[in-house]
Design a protein around this ligand. Structure first.
Ligand code: CMC
Length: 428
């Protein structure tokens, strides 16, 4: 059987044969389908890209039906158990796990690029004390671009590599400074003797002690959370990264755009929204009333549902187990009982079952972050730091893909036909 699709255009009676590759047809192959010579040709209409592949990618696989997530072929559960965030970063960006020398070199390079220019502190001062840290992070990424004009040479692999390292290295510093700024506390400079995550914790939480020692269980938990959030193929923010990057904008402004996309409550802002929702519910006995409200269209059950997963998000399962390890150190988060009961009820309720709505990565992550002492506003920032690696891997793949060009969707124009300009005093 040939791998083709036969289309008959009933407007003209003409038949076309279109190749099928990897379960897709090329949208451009539809263009030959015309009713007349001056017809533009057939397009596909796909608001929100629900059924459009925008690239061929070898980075991350999600099988949403079966609840599977793999980075470069490796199951997320194995990486969460056995790897480290920086090793996963290397894997995502280079395609293979590093050997010992490659790993040591990679960690060394990231560790030695964590400082940011002192002038950025001045830029941070411009924000009010209550500015949301994601707003600050987005701005600081834009500001970083101005320090590295060289990064505009996005077609140069050496330049790309240098700025990929800088961006991954500096994200925790910017994030921690955004946090310290809110508290009015002095910024803490990077400590190169600590791990990537340990150093981030030190820049967040260090006070007068001469040396900050991260708690090993919490340090590992945050590292695992970073692994789980490192990439998720063509989501809203990865699409923003690819789309902005496709104009050959430098990586820092492209990362600012991706972070802005992540900030929204339907994407990376969902973990923050979950916490606010659990707080608003307040107690287990109020869950049925809340669920009824959701079913009647009064808001959504945040941390549930996913465009791709129609099964339990594998990251949510790892996080649920991780939560217990963290709570042994921090004490149980009192909102956990509400979350567990909410999940139980929702998984049995016909509304959620019928729509195949399961917990996603954000359902339990906020509880861990809160138990570790992070304020709610920092949750999307904790998502943005590790996702920077995924964004950069997607960006690099886009730039090195000969089929990619500047992203430029089409539209179906439904506005007014041509009409003459009317002077203001003649308008009704
Ligand atoms: N609570 C209640 N109903 C829901 C929910 C929810 N969380 N999610 C989807 N639905 C319903 C929706 O109302 C619709 O019902 P109907 O068919 O009766 O109109 C149906 O399920 C399909 O929903 P949709 O909006 O067409 O699905 P989508 O693929 O456009 O949206 C989503 C995916 C993640 C935006 C959505 O499920 C949602 O808003 N979830 C809550 C926010 C959230 O947890 N986001 C984090 C996503 S995972 C992390 C990340 O990628 O950033």
């Amino acid at each position: 059987m040939p791998d083709t699709l036969t289309i008959t255009d009933n407007r003209t009676g003409k038949t076309y044969e279109i190749p099928i590759q990897d379960g897709t047809i090329r949208a451009m192959d539809l263009r030959q389908i015309k009713v007349s010579d001056d017809d533009f040709g057939l397009m596909s209409y796909d608001p929100a890209f629900k059924n459009t592949a925008c690239c061929r990618s070898a980075i991350t696989l999600i099988d949403g039906e079966r609840g599977i997530l793999r980075y470069r072929g490796y199951p997320i559960e194995q990486l969460a158990e056995k790897s480290t965030f920086l090793e996963v970063s290397y894997l995502l960006l280079h395609g293979e796990l590093p050997n010992k020398a490659q790993y040591d070199g990679w960690v060394d390079e990231i560790t030695h690029h964590t400082y940011v220019h002192e002038f950025l502190k001045e830029a941070m001062r411009g924000f009010r004390y209550d500015a949301h840290p994601m707003g600050k992070l987005v701005s600081m990424l834009g500001a970083l671009s101005t320090f590295y004009p060289e990064s505009k040479k996005v077609r140069d692999p050496e330049v790309r590599k240098r700025h990929i390292i800088k961006a991954i290295a500096k994200m925790p510093t910017l994030a921690a400074w955004a946090y310290r700024h809110s508290l009015g506390q002095p910024y803490v400079y990077p400590d190169n003797e600590l791990s990537y995550v340990g150093n981030f914790m030190a820049m967040l939480f260090k006070l007068a002690e001469p040396k900050y020692e991260p708690h090993p269980v919490l340090e590992r938990a945050l590292d695992v959370l970073f692994i789980l959030h490192a990439d998720h193929e063509q989501n809203c923010s990865a699409n923003a990264m690819r789309s902005v990057g496709s104009s050959e904008a430098d990586p820092y402004v492209s990362l600012a755009a991706a972070s802005a996309a992540l900030y929204g409550p339907l994407h990376g802002g969902a973990n923050e929204a979950v916490l606010r929702m659990l707080q608003a519910i307040g107690s287990v006995d109020r869950i049925p009333e809340f669920i009824e409200g959701v079913k009647n269209g009064k808001g959504r059950l945040m941390g549930f549902g996913h465009r791709v997963y129609k099964n339990y998000d594998p990251r949510a399962r790892v996080i649920k187990n991780l939560a217990h390890e963290v709570f042994e150190v921090t004490g149980k988060n009192p909102l956990l009982d509400i979350a567990v009961e909410l999940e139980k009820i929702a998984l049995e309720d016909e509304y959620f079952v019928k729509r195949r709505l399961y917990p996603n990565v954000d359902f339990y992550s906020g509880l861990i972050y809160q138990a570790m002492g992070f304020p709610t506003e920092m949750f999307p920032v904790l998502f943005a730091i590790p996702r920077t690696t995924g964004w950069l891997a997607q960006w690099q793949e886009m730039l090195t893909d000969p089929e990619q060009k500047i992203a430029r969707p089409r539209q179906v124009y439904v506005g007014a036909g041509e009409r003459d300009y009317v002077p203001m005093d003649a308008r009704g």
